[in-house]
Design a protein around this ligand. Structure first.
Ligand SMILES: [Zn+2]
Length: 420
């Protein structure tokens, strides 16, 4: 909706929201997107809906990869015109409200959505397309069961039969969520789904069929339920070598500034979402290469002859992805268990650290000793360091990969910022 057509309350709320965000930034309190959105929604509870009207919107949700995929998708959709996006990862309605208010009138928006809020944000924004990436366990002491989340997504999609869905064919929970049964008598039809294959390294949350409770069997890329008809759909978008195959069978070379096969999967997803707006992959691929570090993730910093690269890993699935992205180089692991990380570190035993064997491994962080026990059991030699500086001195010049969970990642970023 353009400013002129918005109700007065929404106009005031938008303006106050922008001001509050600017004040918060000026005071050095982050980017202000949460406080700005929070105040705007207090004044006009329907502000997110008002700000969404007249924009073609894509939502991106899932446990992992949503910040990066949102950035790549915004870049791809940018072929068509200006795109509003919550690029700082503020992925709840306050963050969406603030991002749209700050962007002003744009024809497009690409919003990262926390998986718990998908139903609410679908309702408020009436998007054109929603991308469903994956579902796996997150912080153990607060996350809803994965199957329950799939159920919530499925129920939300039933309420929005017109939304186009772009979904990961490799994740049984996502496939089940994206394919609610049709009930024509009640006006429910299956959603239009475009399937992509982004791989699934982490299988431990999808051994049991969400439909019938039987075992999920797997062979090569395929998976199927041993008790009912649920099985992997044929994807229209797939990663092949260092490129993406589109639904016409055309192959596009992808040159990203982001590491790992995981990010090629994210690029395939971004192209699939952009295609729902009419963007041709051939026009979008070069833009994907403009995305560099995402909220500090993958950032590279040179210090004392070491090229330090930061990888964030916040749950078991993303640890496996980080091992895939990291070069065969000295690697520092840092684990905290503060409130934003989740207080329970028993998930360390869900992750197989064996891929790190043969690399120089250093550990640090509040819960380095929990990590030490895990690595010992896993047969991965390591060295404990007290500080990040000690870690740098302990490795030879060249690449140092740093894999850290949430607050540990923030600590290391802050330390690097102080020096640079
Ligand atoms: Zn089944």
């Amino acid at each position: 909706m353009t400013d002129a057509k918005m109700p007065l309350r929404a106009k005031v709320a938008t303006s106050v929201s922008r001001t509050a965000a600017a004040l918060s930034r000026a005071a050095g309190r982050g980017d202000g997107s949460v406080i700005g959105g929070w105040i705007g929604l207090k004044i006009d509870p329907d502000l997110l809906a008002h700000l969404s009207t007249g924009r073609a919107i894509a939502l991106v949700s899932g446990t992992n990869g949503k910040t990066t995929t949102t950035r790549l998708t915004a870049a791809a959709v940018g072929v068509l015109g200006r795109v509003a996006t919550n690029s700082f990862g503020a992925n709840m309605p306050t963050g969406h409200t603030s991002a749209l208010a700050k962007a002003g009138s744009t024809p497009y928006a690409v919003l990262e959505v926390d998986e718990h809020y998908l139903a609410q944000v679908l309702e408020a924004t009436e998007p054109h397309v929603v991308a469903l990436l994956n579902l796996s366990r997150d912080q153990l002491d607060r996350a809803k069961e994965v199957a329950m989340m799939a159920q919530l997504w499925r129920a939300a999609l039933v309420q929005h039969p017109d939304v186009r869905v772009v979904a990961n064919a490799d994740d049984p929970m996502v496939v089940w969520a994206a394919t609610p049964p049709a009930d024509p008598a009640r006006g429910h039809f299956p959603p239009h789904v475009s399937w992509f294959s982004a791989g699934q390294r982490w299988h431990d949350d999808s051994w049991v069929c969400p439909e019938c409770g039987s075992t999920i069997a797997r062979k090569n890329d395929q998976w199927w339920c041993t008790g009912c008809a649920l099985r992997r759909p044929e994807p229209q978008w797939t990663v092949e070598d260092d490129g993406v195959l589109d639904p016409t069978g055309a192959w596009h070379k992808i040159q990203l500034q982001l590491p790992g096969k995981v990010n090629l999967g994210n690029a395939a997803t971004a192209l699939a979402v952009a295609a729902e707006f009419g963007v041709r992959p051939v026009d979008a691929v070069s833009r994907l290469g403009t995305v560099t570090s995402v909220a500090g993730r993958y950032a590279q910093v040179d210090r004392d002859g070491r090229n330090i690269r930061l990888l964030l890993a916040k749950n078991p699935a993303s640890w496996l992805e980080a091992f895939d992205m990291a070069d065969e180089a000295p690697t520092l692991l840092s684990i905290n268990a503060r409130d934003p990380d989740g207080l329970d570190t028993s998930w360390l035993f869900d992750v197989d650290f064996a891929p790190l064997r043969g690399r120089q491994v250093l550990i640090t962080g509040d819960r380095a000793y929990d990590l030490a026990v895990r690595l010992d059991v896993n047969g991965v030699p390591f060295q404990h360091v007290r500080t990040f500086d000690d870690a740098i001195r302990a490795v030879p010049p060249g690449r140092l990969e740093v894999i850290a969970n949430y607050t540990a990642f923030q600590d290391i970023r802050a330390e690097l910022d102080r020096v640079n």
